[in-house]
Design a protein around this ligand. Sequence first.
Ligand SMILES: [Zn+2]
Length: 60
Amino acid sequence: MAVPKRKISRTRRDKRRSNVWKLEAPAFSKCTQCGELKMPHRVCPNCGFYKGREVIKKEA
Ligand SMILES: [Zn+2]
């Protein structure tokens, strides 16, 4: 069975148990068409544009 070679220090152990390393800001990018915040690699929910062309037609 694999056994750890070194004792993990209190700092490393407590760091692992704390949630500092789990925190991550949600990914968001600005739409190139309307400047609205949108999720990357997704069609913009505001104007329906993706990669510079209209993907979803918006009903007026
Ligand atoms: Zn947009």
